[in-house]
Every structure is written in structure tokens, then in C-alpha cells.
Design a protein around this ligand. Structure first.
Ligand SMILES: [Zn+2]
Length: 276
């Protein structure tokens, strides 16, 4: 079967703080290799369980951090930006399952690097009144293509969030969050084994894991840090200002909803970059 991997950075073995997550910082090069090591551990587990094709989509920041010479030779990858389908670029109905390497949503106490797309400037995203993070939103995106999430990898808080929104999903915990910027990390040799074992188990359970339920109507609210982010987003047709820092958008089509979300969070990044 063909498996999709959405590979974000913050849930990786040994990563606890922002300097590890962005190029230009001395800590980044080591973190990047740890990230690829976690990806390879997933690929190893999936292949040994019988997967025949694996595609890795880079899902962090500029999405161009892969070192192809270090990636498992049996995996192909999607790299670069802009990708309008973002953390789930390239997923379609040909996949039998998807793996998320992720982190807990913004505002989760004790969760390593908790955020929702933009660290300081997106306070919360809600769908139909329920708070949701990247894990839940990506699970809905996979469900749009009738693909189940079979495994989520990250800290203990990401695993708990995954189990809340994706019943029966397999999880692999590589660290225990102590704060937003601190964790008790397991050594790399242990996390490789944990991830590979979980990937094997997840692949073996694909038939028993269903895509998450897609509501018929989606009402998405986004709370921003700055009133000007919300105001600019409200100029997008169909997006309304619900309060000075909150916009709301309604659609029956999850794809449309996610595309509006991508535009809004990119506007937030652009405004913050320009003015702060
Ligand atoms: Zn990230």
C-alpha cells in the first residue's frame, strides 16, 4: 500500500526550542539530521510491514530542509514553498494511510513548541466551535481524500491531542513536554525503535482505522494576536470580522476552508515580518 508522511519539525526527537527549528541558527543543522532520522525510522517501519510506496511531504516553515542524501532511499519527497495544500500537499485518494509528525496546538500547557501554524500570532483556531490544531486540521484534510491517519509522532501532549481527535490512531512519543521550550527527551537510539515499532503496528491496523468524520458544514474561526491581521484577513471575500482580533469563514467544502486558512496565516506571517 501507498503511505503519505507529513513531516513537521517540532515533534522531532531532541527538539525543544525555536533555535533548533530555523536555518541560520547553529542548532538547526543537528536538528535537521534528527528530523530526517525520525522520518527514516517511520519509513523503515512501514516498509518492513509491507508498504510499497512512501511519499514524505515537508511540513515545516519554508518546507525546504530535506537533505536528500540522508533520506531513506525508498522514500520520495515533496519539498519547497509555496504549496497551497501546505502540510498535506500531494495527498489524494491513492494513499491507504497517512502519518503525521507533529506537535500540540497553541495554548496546550506543557507542550513542546505548542502553536498553530504561527507561533506568536495565531492564538486559536476553532471549527464549529471546537478548538483544533494542526493535527486535527490535517486529519480532516486527509479525510477529505478518504485517507485515515494511522500514526502521529511527537511529544506526549501531541499524542494525547491526536487520540482526542482521531479515535484509534497509533502514537509514538519521543519526548515528554515540560514547558513550551523544554522537554525530557529520549535518546535517539530509543526513539528510532519506538517510531519503527509504532509504524509497523500502525500499518498492520490500517483496515481498522477510518478517516475522521467530515462535518457537512464548516465554520472556521481564527483568533490572531493583532487587530490588523484580522482586519486584513476580513478583506478576503467571504471572510468576516467576528471581533477585532477574530475572523470567521463558513463553507461546505473543506478544501476551500483550508485554502482560506493558508492565506490568512500567511497574511499573519507577512504582517508580523514587516512590522515587528
Ligand atoms: Zn513546524
Amino acid at each position: 500500500m501507498k503511505i503519505y508522511i507529513s513531516a513537521d519539525f517540532e515533534g522531532t526527537t531532541g527538539i525543544t526550542e525555536r533555535n533548533q527549528c530555523f536555518p541560520g541558527k547553529p542548532e538547526f543543522e543537528s536538528a535537521r539530521r534528527l528530523w530526517i532520522g525520525d522520518i527514516n525510522a517511520v519509513v523503515d517501519g512501514l516498509l518492513s510491514a509491507g508498504a510499497h510506496e512512501i511519499i514524505v511531504n515537508e511540513a515545516h516553515a519554508a518546507m525546504n530542509y530535506m537533505l536528500p542524501e540522508l533520506l531513506h532511499p525508498r522514500a520520495s519527497f515533496i519539498s519547497g514553498y509555496v504549496k497551497i495544500d501546505n502540510q498535506m500537499e500531494g495527498i489524494d485518494t491513492s494513499f491507504s494511510g497517512a502519518v503525521l509528525m507533529g506537535h500540540a496546538k497553541a495554548g496546550t500547557a506543557g507542550a513542546v513548541l505548542n502553536h498553530t501554524y504561527v507561533m506568536r500570532d495565531v492564538y486559536e483556531i476553532r471549527i464549529n466551535g471546537h478548538s483544533i490544531g494542526e493535527i486535527g486540521l490535517n486529519a480532516l484534510w486527509a479525510a477529505y481524500h478518504n485517507v485515515p491517519i494511522i500514526l502521529v509522532i511527537g511529544d506526549d501532549k501531541a499524542a494525547a491531542e491526536a487520540l482526542e481527535c482521531i479515535p484509534d490512531v497509533e502514537t509514538a512519543i519521543v519526548k515528554t513536554g515540560l514547558s513550551q521550550f523544554a522537554a525530557h527527551c529520549l535518546p535517539m537510539v530509543s526513539t528510532r525503535e519506538i517510531i519503527t515499532t509504532a509504524a509497523k503496528r500502525a500499518y498492520g491496523r490500517i483496515a481498522h482505522v477510518k478517516p475522521v468524520a467530515l462535518p457537512k458544514l464548516f465554520c472556521m474561526e481564527l483568533d490572531f494576536s493583532l487587530t490588523e491581521i484580522a482586519k486584513l484577513c476580513s478583506f478576503i471575500p467571504g471572510v468576516e470580522l467576528a471581533s477585532p482580533r477574530t475572523v470567521v469563514f463558513t463553507s461546505t467544502d473543506y478544501r476551500e476552508l483550508q485554502h482560506i486558512r493558508v492565506i490568512c496565516t500567511n497574511l499573519a506571517l507577512a504582517i508580523v515580518k514587516d512590522h515587528f
